[in-house]
Design a protein around this ligand. Structure first.
Ligand SMILES: [Zn+2]
Length: 366
C-alpha cells in the first residue's frame, strides 16, 4: 500500500513539474544585480560611534606631514577613536615631517606612527647598516613600530630580479632590532587565498576578481599562497623575541579553528581584524568562542581610512543584530550578524591589547 502511495506521489510530482512554466530568460538577473532589500523585520541598532574609546592599529595617512590634523582628530572624536596608528610613516625625513606636524599640533597621544623600510636595495653593500641607522633615527624621533607591506614576498625583487623572500636571512637583524626596541612589527603578507584560486563560480571572491582583475594570482605569480605564507610563518619562528601583528587575521578569518592553532604555535604573533570583519560577521557564534579563547591576541584595525565604514565594524562587534548588510559587496555577498562581545573582551580588542603591544599611555582610558 505504502509502495503504491509513493508511486502516486512520484507521478504527481512529475506531472506538476512538467506543467511548470519554463523560465523566461528575459527575467534572468545577474549575480551582481540581484541584491534585494531585505524584508526581514528584526530589531536594528546601527552604530556610528564605538561604545568605548578604541585604537585603530591599522591605518594609512601618507600625507601626515602636511595634512590638517585638526580635521582628522575631529573625525576620530566622532567615532570614539582615541588613537590612530599611521602605518605609513615611511621613515627618515618623511617621518620627521610627520612627527613635526603631530608635535606642533599637540596630538602626540592621539596619533602614533610606525615606520617602513626600503627593501629593494637589499644588494647594496651598505644596505643593512643604512637601514639599521634609519630605524634608530626613526625611533629617536618617535616611531613606535615597524610596518612591512605585502610587496615583501610579492613584488619586491633584488637587482638580479629575484623575488625577495619575507624570511630572507639578510633582513633578520632588522627584525631583531625591532624586538630590541620592543616595537611590534605589523606585517601584511600575501593576500586572500581565493586570489590564487580559479576565477570561476566556485570562488567566493569572484566579484572582487572581476572588478579588480589585477588581484588575480597564480602558483608562479609571484609564488603560491602557501609558499609566501610559509615564509612569513618562518619569520615569526626565527624571531621569537619580536612581537608581530599579522594583518587581516593572517587571512585565516574564514577558519578560526586553524587560526587558533596557529596562534597557539606562535606565541609572539597577534592578529588584527582589518578588512576581514565580514568573515567574523558570518559566523557570530564561532567568532565569539574564538574571541573568548584568544582575547589577548586580537587587535582592532580597519586598514583603509574611511570614517563611514567603521559603523559596520561597531555593529558586528557590539550588537546582537541579525542579517544586516556589509558595505562592500565584493568582500561579502552574505549578510552580517552581530557578535555582541562581552565588555571585558571588547576592551581588550579595542584598546588594551594595543596599549600593551605598542606601549601607549594607559592613563588615556582611565
Ligand atoms: Zn594596510
Amino acid at each position: 500500500m505504502r509502495f503504491y502511495y509513493l508511486l502516486f506521489c512520484l507521478a504527481l510530482a512529475t506531472t506538476l513539474s512538467a506543467q511548470r512554466t519554463p523560465i523566461d530568460s528575459s527575467l534572468t538577473v545577474s549575480f551582481e544585480d540581484y541584491d534585494p532589500p531585505s524584508t526581514l523585520v528584526v530589531p536594528e541598532h546601527p552604530m556610528t560611534r564605538a561604545s568605548i574609546p578604541f585604537v585603530d592599529i591599522h591605518s594609512h595617512h601618507w600625507r601626515m606631514g602636511t595634512q590638517d590634523l585638526d580635521k582628522l582628530i575631529g573625525e576620530m572624536d566622532e567615532l570614539n577613536m582615541q588613537v590612530v596608528v599611521n602605518l605609513s610613516g615611511r621613515g627618515g625625513e618623511a617621518l620627521k615631517g610627520m612627527m613635526d606636524n603631530i608635535n606642533k599640533s599637540g596630538y602626540q597621544d592621539r596619533i602614533v606612527c610606525f615606520t617602513n623600510i626600503e627593501i629593494r636595495s637589499i644588494d647594496d653593500p651598505d644596505y643593512l647598516e643604512a637601514t639599521l641607522t634609519q630605524l634608530r633615527y626613526d625611533k629617536s624621533i618617535g616611531a613606535r613600530g615597524l610596518k612591512i607591506y605585502k610587496s615583501q614576498g610579492m613584488s619586491n625583487t633584488d637587482k638580479a630580479g629575484n623575488r625577495i623572500k619575507i624570511n630572507d636571512p639578510r633582513l633578520k637583524p632588522i627584525f631583531e632590532l625591532a624586538g630590541e626596541f620592543n616595537w611590534p612589527v605589523l606585517i601584511h603578507y600575501a593576500d586572500p587565498k581565493q586570489f590564487w584560486q580559479d576565477h570561476d563560480a566556485d570562488n567566493e571572491r569572484w566579484l572582487e576578481l572581476k572588478l579588480r582583475p589585477g588581484r588575480k594570482r597564480g602558483p608562479d605569480n609571484p609564488a603560491s599562497w602557501e609558499t609566501i605564507a610559509a615564509e612569513a610563518h618562518d619569520l615569526f619562528k626565527q624571531n621569537p623575541n619580536t612581537n608581530f601583528i599579522a594583518a587581516h587575521m593572517a587571512w585565516y578569518g574564514n577558519d578560526l579553528t586553524f587560526l587558533g592553532k596557529f596562534l597557539d604555535d606562535n606565541p609572539n604573533v597577534n592578529v588584527e581584524i582589518g578588512a576581514v570583519i565580514a568573515e567574523l560577521g558570518r559566523q557570530p557564534r564561532a567568532a565569539n568562542r574564538f574571541f573568548e579563547k584568544y582575547q589577548d591576541r586580537v587587535l582592532f584595525g580597519k586598514d583603509s581610512y574611511n570614517p563611514g565604514e567603521y559603523a559596520t565594524y561597531f555593529r558586528v562587534l557590539e550588537t546582537d543584530d541579525e542579517y544586516f548588510p556589509y558595505y562592500k559587496r565584493y568582500h561579502a555577498f552574505w549578510k552580517m550578524y552581530g557578535l555582541d562581545l562581552p565588555k571585558p573582551i571588547l576592551e581588550k580588542l579595542y584598546w588594551k591589547n594595543a596599549v600593551r603591544l605598542v606601549g601607549l599611555k594607559e592613563a588615556m582610558w582611565k
